[in-house]
Design a protein around this ligand. Structure first.
Ligand SMILES: *Cc1c(COP(=O)(O)O)cnc(C)c1O
Length: 389
């Protein structure tokens, strides 16, 4: 018998449990954190462009829910498929410059489902060689671990290290797959997609880019890490993404060639054996994508607040890593812990989440267009005082 109480005690001995903090969103980036009287400025939201509360997106969801209901009722392979899904997929493909796309109920369902399907496409766990960036998102590693794939980790953002590993395979007849974040969720760096695509070509490997944080935030028009790196979408194998970050709604997707998407539509378990994304959410995301295209000032505003952060951090002598995107990190001093630092920052009215990985030695900051320069200055000031080494 699995003894949950004993397991809980054991895990509590290893590290304090993570609370599900109740955080109520106020206006702009202000939140109320349970147990705190004063509102705090949050730097933990991935709603980079403020689209989650955009009046047109909210209205689209409400109207579509009134028309279509909330739940989809069944899998898309049964009776859950709606014209809204097809329209969303066509519009996503058009925005990203690829032939086709397939949507999921979450980015996690997309990433894990697609990698799972790729393991089978490659001939099973033993037949394929998977290469993953060391700092890549947990969803990819999780999916490969579950299938018993011994993925090779290459050094973070380092195509030369990847090349060394690829070369070790010699003229291996096996299928090879390279998996990377586009904009890394862990530290905000943009992956060297051009070099990775060249390596993938040279070694007949499939390059899979998970650009959950890049789409909407980097590249011309917010088209993501590929656009930011001057790489044509057709030059990589598959593009994964989510609607839950810059698009401000919910649901994941995979995009690529029609052949690849046709295959994944038939074989991905998280697509086949899961109730469809509600059509009202597909409609809301279509509206959100339309707003992203019609209001390019949003992307420009994100770039401006990111530049403000870089300038203010530099002037304060605060070291925040090499990222220029909306994700930044602050190293925690030796002997300090990210969780303790986050608690001290709450006293200054700054809400930063300690990383989910307890071993992480950095606090993560996300910037959005709802932040004003004064909010960022307050953050930098608090960090300079509280995180001083
Ligand atoms: C957030 C994220 C996901 C998961 O997306 P959800 O829509 O939140 O499930 C997958 N991959 C990466 C790289 C992410 O950052």
């Amino acid at each position: 018998m699995i003894q949950f109480r004993e397991l809980n005690e054991e895990s509590r001995r290893q590290r304090p449990p993570r609370a599900h903090l109740v955080v109520e969103r106020g206006s702009g980036p202000l939140v109320r954190v349970a147990g705190r009287a004063a509102p705090c400025v949050s730097f933990c939201s991935n709603d980079y462009l403020g689209l989650a509360r955009h009046a047109d997106v909210v209205a689209a969801l409400q109207q579509a829910a009134a028309a279509f209901g909330v739940g989809a009722g069944s899998s898309r392979l049964l009776a859950g498929h709606h014209g809204e899904h097809r329209a969303l997929e066509e519009e996503l493909a058009d925005f990203l410059g690829v032939e086709a796309a397939l949507s999921f109920t979450s980015g996690f369902a997309g990433t894990t489902g697609v990698l799972d399907a790729l393991v089978d496409a490659a001939g099973g766990p033993g037949a394929a060689r998977f290469f993953v960036d060391q700092l890549g998102h947990a969803s990819a590693r999780y999916a490969l671990d579950r299938r018993g794939v011994a993925a090779v980790s290459y050094r973070h953002g380092d195509p030369r290290d990847l090349e060394t590993h690829l070369a070790r395979g010699g003229d291996s007849p096996q299928h090879q797959v390279i998996v990377t974040d586009g904009v890394f969720s862990a530290d905000g760096l943009i992956a060297p997609v051009a070099q990775l695509a060249a390596l993938a070509r040279a070694h007949s490997a499939l390059l899979v880019v998970d650009d959950a944080h890049g789409i909407g935030t980097v590249g011309a028009g917010g088209r993501g890490a590929l656009a930011a790196s001057g790489v044509a979408p057709g030059a990589i194998g598959l593009l994964l993404g989510t609607c839950s970050k810059a698009l401000g709604t919910c649901g994941g997707f995979v995009a690529g060639s029609r052949d690849a998407i046709d295959y994944l539509r038939q074989t991905t378990r998280s697509h086949a054996y899961s109730t469809a994304l509600p059509a009202c959410l597909a409609r809301a995301t279509r509206k959100s994508l339309a707003v992203l295209r019609a209001e390019p000032w949003r992307h420009a505003a994100l770039v401006r607040i990111c530049e403000h952060f870089s300038r203010a951090a530099r002037q304060a002598g605060l070291s925040t890593g090499a990222s220029e995107t909306a994700i930044r990190t602050v190293q925690v001093a030796a002997g300090d812990s990210a969780a303790d630092l986050a608690t001290r920052l709450l006293d200054d009215g700054i809400f930063l989440c300690a990383p989910l990985d307890p071993a992480a030695a950095a606090l993560r900051i996300t910037l959005t267009i709802e932040h004003e320069p004064a909010h960022v200055d307050r953050l930098i000031d608090a960090l300079t005082r509280r995180a001083a080494r």
